[in-house]
Structure formats: structure tokens, C-alpha cells
Design a protein around this ligand. Structure first.
Ligand SMILES: [Zn+2]
Length: 112
């Protein structure tokens, strides 16, 4: 199993699994800002000063893209949630690598 010892890999997997449990703000999607024009006659938004930004998260729901409004007070929380999702993917990739290495090791023993 290359230069990694099984004990180190098991310990690393434990650490990663514990870290997964801390990703409580998780969000999958992408955040965007929208500036809008309203229907009030004479509103400043009609002369270029649009309302906003309002923030939305684009998510996938049953294979459909949906835009969900994110209240201003939660924009930073949403950003943290998206960054936790990147970390989630890194952890899943790493655990995949470790678990495959465990399989190969088992297989090598079984072949002896
Ligand atoms: Zn307006």
C-alpha cells in the first residue's frame, strides 16, 4: 500500500469521518446576486439605481434547477455552507482513495 501504513490510513479515515459530522451548514448549489426593477412609477430603480442585491441559491431539486431566496442576514452562512460542500467533496475523494487502498490490501492478503 505505497508508503502509507494501514494504521495511519485508518486513523486518517477516522479523522475525516469525524470532520464530516461538523459540516452542519452544508449547502449544495451556487449563489448569485440579483438587482431588480420594480413596478412603482417614478422609483429610482428606473433610472439605474436598481433594488438589491438580493441573493439566491441555485439548487437542483428532482433534476430541476431552482432558485431559492437567501435572506441578507444569512448570505455569509450560505457562503460557509458552500465552502463546507467543497470540503465534503475533498473528504469523499480522500475516503474513496483510502477505502480502495484497504480493498487492495485485503485482496493481496487473500491472494497469498
Ligand atoms: Zn423600484
Amino acid at each position: 500500500m505505497s508508503s502509507e501504513t494501514t494504521d495511519d490510513c485508518l486513523a486518517e479515515r477516522e479523522t475525516l469521518l469525524r470532520e464530516l459530522g461538523t459540516l452542519s451548514l452544508l449547502l449544495q448549489g451556487s449563489l448569485f446576486e440579483r438587482y431588480t426593477v420594480c413596478s412603482r412609477p417614478g422609483c429610482k430603480c428606473h433610472s439605474g439605481e436598481r433594488h438589491g442585491p438580493r441573493h439566491y441559491l441555485v439548487i437542483s431539486e428532482n433534476g430541476q434547477q431552482r432558485q431559492k431566496y437567501v435572506p441578507k442576514a444569512f448570505v455569509e452562512v450560505a457562503k460557509e455552507g458552500l465552502s463546507q460542500h467543497s470540503r465534503l467533496r475533498e473528504i469523499v475523494d480522500r475516503i474513496t482513495h483510502l477505502n480502495l487502498a484497504f480493498m487492495h490490501e485485503e485482496h493481496d492478503y487473500a491472494d497469498q
